[in-house]
Design a protein around this ligand. Structure first.
Ligand code: HH2
Length: 265
């Protein structure tokens, strides 16, 4: 089994949960992307709207102003492929025109009524992530009867909708949406059962880097002190067959995967 690809996170937002405000200036964002590429990132995921629990939605003009200059420069400087993390069809379109090569939608192409047809027309690979509700309210007491069955069924339905809209299965990535309307135990159950997602026949992306459930297992440490837990999830995800890992700490993740892979043979 080949090691998973690494998607390096580049948040150009003032309020992301772990790195909000750090990479807002264009040059700071480019420097961080360069570092992640050197460390072995296969894809750079640019996001201009925080979707952390409780985050406020961002107007489309503001989101475009944040992401387009970054996407453009990354593409020009050969720092891609670039993925655009957005829930809005217009941002998908304009980012693609600037050189984005992948779409990443935490609403699985449901937030914007135009996004399904836009994604089909653009012909790019697209990540469909599961979320229970909107970021503003999703962590208010999320409940499932059977989290594995429900997340799998929801993603199966979005995969089918994407295919019906003309997006071939080879271009569809599925993501369980760790932390998006899930308690610690929901997240752990989904990680334990990643195979159920793999069975849907699409590539699987896993994004658990620095997320809150890690702190829930270790003294409530802040996001920048969650590297150990993040790496542990990455190794677990690799073993379970994840095809790509969305991470903040590309170098440490790459190293851990290399050592684990060498031992596993
Ligand atoms: N998580 C976040 C954002 N986008 N996309 C996918 N496909 N999977 C994820 O798990 C995922 C995602 C949230 O993390 P982050 O970007 O670090 O923070 P914020 O949303 O606060 O910008």
């Amino acid at each position: 089994m080949p090691p998973p690809l690494l998607m390096g996170i580049l948040n150009v937002t003032p309020d992301s949960f772990s790195d909000g405000g750090r990479f807002r200036g264009l040059e700071a964002a480019l420097d961080h992307a360069r570092l992640m590429k050197e460390e072995g990132a296969d894809v750079i995921d640019v996001g201009g709207e925080s979707t952390r629990p409780g985050a406020e939605a961002v107007a489309v003009e503001e989101e475009l102003a944040r992401v387009l200059p970054v996407v453009e420069r990354l593409a020009i400087e050969g720092l891609g492929p670039v993925s655009i993390d957005t829930r809005k069809a217009r941002v998908m379109r304009e980012a693609a025109a600037m050189g984005a090569a992948m779409l990443n939608d935490v609403s699985a192409l449901t937030h914007d009524p135009e996004s399904l047809s836009t994604a089909a027309r653009l012909g790019l690979p697209v990540v469909l992530m599961h979320s229970l509700g909107e970021p503003a309210t999703m962590q208010r007491n999320p409940q499932y009867e059977d989290v594995i069955a429900e997340v799998t069924a929801a993603l199966r339905a979005r995969r089918d909708a994407a295919e019906a809209a003309g997006i071939p299965r080879e271009r569809i990535w599925l993501d369980p949406g760790i932390g998006f309307g899930k308690t610690r135990d929901h997240n752990l159950a989904l990680l334990r059962n990643l195979g159920a997602l793999k069975a849907l026949g699409c590539k699987v992306l896993l994004g658990a880097s620095r997320k809150r459930f890690i702190a829930a297992l270790d003294r409530d440490v802040p996001p920048e002190a969650r590297l150990g837990g993040s790496v542990a999830v990455s190794i677990w995800g690799a073993r379970a067959g994840a095809d790509m890992l969305r991470v903040h700490d590309v170098g440490a993740t790459r190293q851990a995967l290399a050592v684990w892979g060498a031992i596993a043979g």
